[in-house]
Ligand binder design. Structure first.
Ligand SMILES: Cc1ncc(C[n+]2csc(CCOP(=O)(O)OP(=O)(O)O)c2C)c(N)n1
Ligand SMILES: [Mg+2]
Length: 327
């Protein structure tokens, strides 16, 4: 990817990009520990190593934009304004959390932040973001959509229907494929026959871009320009981000099927490390400012999870509240 001139990019956006990634990483490291301490019931799924993509997208977004994050996109929640306290409340199924303790997992969102709550069926959120953007634009609002999908998820019918529909109606949605080389334990060579997933874009009659998902600063500059262009000239776009999942599919998976050399290659290009080095090298932040930001994020996460651990769970008698309209 090119080396953009960062002197023309607002410092706030670049600092926000790094802060989102740091908060996400520290939140997920804590979630992993809580899982191994048996304080979280059910699975824990993280985006460790993939933070650059969601952080770049949220930093590049505008107030009316809509997002459909998946299990590896905690950065989207954070980047669009969710507090780490609410995220821990969600995972610990606390009564004051986003789903009021009904779910202790990834199924949460906040429409005030433009973030839809995901369902687990891969691909199913993509038609939702397309429809959401269409609806907002009909009301005269300047919305662009960011629909996230994994390499595996691109093989679903919903992916095809959403991309084709957005292409035909020129709905400004960026379909962000996070190609992390695996769908659970299935490597991409058993998932599709084309060379790159972005090669499918011409078949839909839309543009496709192949980018480095582990270079958050350049990805942000690229997505910001693309989103601005889509606002002026509404149309769909496919963006394939190359990255690697640094943990198992979930914490229950030791991921032993991923070659060590591949993990080492991407560990050397950890997105937080890459962004931090770039921002210091280009004089956007000093090393001391980055260290202070990291400490601030750590303190934020420590306070959040400790508070969430103290917070109450829902009362068993409230189990049916919210199930029926009258309750
Ligand atoms: C339609 C559908 N099929 C299968 C599953 C089960 N499943 C959940 S995650 C996953 C792997 C997804 O891989 P990918 O899309 O590459 O995303 P990644 O986990 O690598 O981020 C599968 C098969 C599902 N949730 N939905
Ligand atoms: Mg994958």
């Amino acid at each position: 990817m090119p080396q953009s001139d960062l002197s023309k990019v607002p410092k706030d956006s670049l600092t926000g990009l790094l802060r989102t990634m740091l908060l996400a990483r520290k939140t997920e490291e804590r979630l992993i520990r809580l899982y191994h301490q048996a304080k979280i019931y059910g699975g824990v799924y993280t985006g460790v190593g993939q933070e650059g993509i969601g952080a770049a997208a949220t930093s590049a977004s505008g107030p009316e934009d809509l997002f459909t994050p998946l299990i590896r996109n905690i950065t989207v929640h954070i980047g669009r304004g969710e507090t780490t306290l609410n995220i821990f409340r969600q995972w610990l199924a606390r009564v004051d959390g986003p789903t009021r303790g009904r779910d202790g997992n990834v199924h949460y969102g906040n429409l005030k932040n433009g973030v839809y709550t995901m369902i687990s069926h891969l691909g199913a959120m993509l038609p939702v973001v397309v429809g959401g953007v269409m609806a907002k634009r009909r009301r005269g609002l300047d919305a662009v959509g960011f629909g996230f999908i994994g390499d595996g998820g691109t093989s679903t019918g919903d992916f095809h229907e959403a991309v084709n529909f957005a292409a035909v109606y020129d709905v400004p949605v960026i379909f962000l494929i996070e190609n992390n080389h695996y769908a659970y334990s299935t490597p991409t060579k058993f998932q599709y026959k084309c060379k790159r997933l972005v090669d499918r874009a011409p078949g839909y009659g839309i543009e496709g871009h192949s980018v480095d998902g582990n270079n958050p600063v350049e990805l942000f500059v690229f997505l910001r320009a693309l989103a601005e262009d889509l606002r002026k000239n509404p149309r769909a776009a496919l963006v394939e981000c190359d990255t690697l999942r640094m943990r198992g599919h979930g914490e229950h998976d030791d991921s032993s099927y991923v070659p060590k050399e591949l993990l080492a290659e991407y560990a050397a290009r950890d997105p937080i490390k890459v962004a931090r080095e770039r921002l210091v090298r280009d004089g956007v932040l000093t090393a001391a400012e980055v260290d202070a930001l990291e400490q601030e994020c750590l303190a934020n996460v420590d306070a959040a999870y400790q508070q969430a651990l103290r917070d109450p769970a829902p009362e068993p008698a409230s189990m049916y509240n919210g199930v029926y309209a009258h309750a």
